[in-house]
Design a protein around this ligand. Structure first.
Ligand code: SF4
Length: 314
């Protein structure tokens, strides 16, 4: 049976209460625009807790977002954050990562922004192994603009532009990331808050192009059109259907309505990053002087980092 969410009591104001991660948030930008039951708040919260566990400060991290509901994340973070144009978060982040390798660069954006107009940038940043973490909130549609079909909309699902059901084959994001060259690939849902946070820690810690997919409810558009109920109903669905399988082949991670949702850490491996390859091939061989920013590359403190062993987990 579908759950009917109770509206919050009108006019209730909590005095002298602050969010434990308030230092990472721009409280002056709140209340946020995200709908009740949306998974975006959970993902943003996981991200701030990941930064906290890693011992990172606002001086260590740059966050870049594109356009869409997820794109608003950059605006709510009290960090060096950039809300860029549609589909261009990754090229912006590439410039940041190359110019300031002493910083941790994180892209937080949605499935439409990253994999439709931004798809080309994604595959080439992964191929080059540019040192950044991409966190994709996948809610299967363009939520902000009213629920149009997108590059991850499952076959048969309804959208404003697919009233009879989508007939375009969607991307399997972990498979796309892995086959493009990402050195770390994980998928969790917004139900798996602790595991999602741990995946963010692992991804941020690892050198190179790392990818975390966060499957989330969009009750306002995708959920409503596909009769999935409230956000809570989608979380119940994730609880019933999620199958945790670390080291699974990402090719098996297709998301089909009614089927199991494969989650876990699928890929964890090492290969030279973009700047390491540049340093080896160009700077060392041509005897060029290493730029100051590259000399400072390892200064970022990762006090709570989760150890990574460079092997696919089992
Ligand atoms: Fe979240 Fe969908 Fe609302 Fe956007 S439209 S805030 S994705 S529920």
């Amino acid at each position: 049976m579908l759950t009917k969410a109770k509206p919050a009591p009108a006019g209730e104001v909590l005095e002298n209460v602050s969010h434990p991660m308030e230092r990472f948030l721009r409280a002056d930008r709140l209340p946020h625009i995200w709908c009740s039951g949306c998974g975006l708040g959970t993902v943003l919260s996981c991200f701030t807790y990941a930064l906290d566990d890693l011992g990172l400060t606002d001086a260590d991290v740059g966050v870049v977002s594109g356009i869409g509901c997820t794109g608003r994340a950059a605006g709510y973070l009290n960090l060096d954050s950039y809300h860029t144009t549609h589909g261009r978060a990754i090229p912006f982040a590439t410039g940041l990562a190359v110019a300031r390798p002493d910083k941790k660069v994180v892209v937080i954006s949605g499935d439409g922004d990253l994999f439709a107009i931004g798809g080309n940038h994604f595959i080439h940043a992964a191929r080059r192994n540019v040192d950044m973490t991409v966190i994709c909130v996948n809610n299967f549609n363009y939520g902000m603009t009213g629920g149009q079909v997108g590059p991850t909309t499952p076959i048969g699902s309804r959208a404003t532009t697919a009233p009879y059901g989508n007939y375009e084959n969607p991307f399997n994001l972990p498979y796309l990331a892995a086959s493009s060259g990402a050195v770390y690939v994980a998928r969790w849902t917004s139900l798996h808050a602790r595991r999602l946070k741990e995946a963010m820690i692992e991804a941020i810690t690892m050198p190179g192009f790392t990818f975390v997919e966060a499957v989330c409810p969009c009750p306002t558009n995708y959920g409503r059109r596909n009769r999935l109920g409230e956000g809570l109903d989608e979380l119940k669905y994730y609880a019933e259907k999620s199958v945790i399988k670390h080291g699974a082949d990402p090719a098996d991670a297709d998301l089909l309505p009614g089927n199991d949702v494969l989650v876990g850490r699928f890929i964890q491996k090492e290969r030279p990053t973009f700047l390491q390859a540049y340093e080896h091939q160009i700077l060392d061989k041509q005897h060029f002087v290493k730029p100051q920013a590259m000399q400072n590359q390892n200064h970022v403190r990762l006090s709570g980092a989760t150890a990574t062993d460079g092997k696919a987990a089992s």
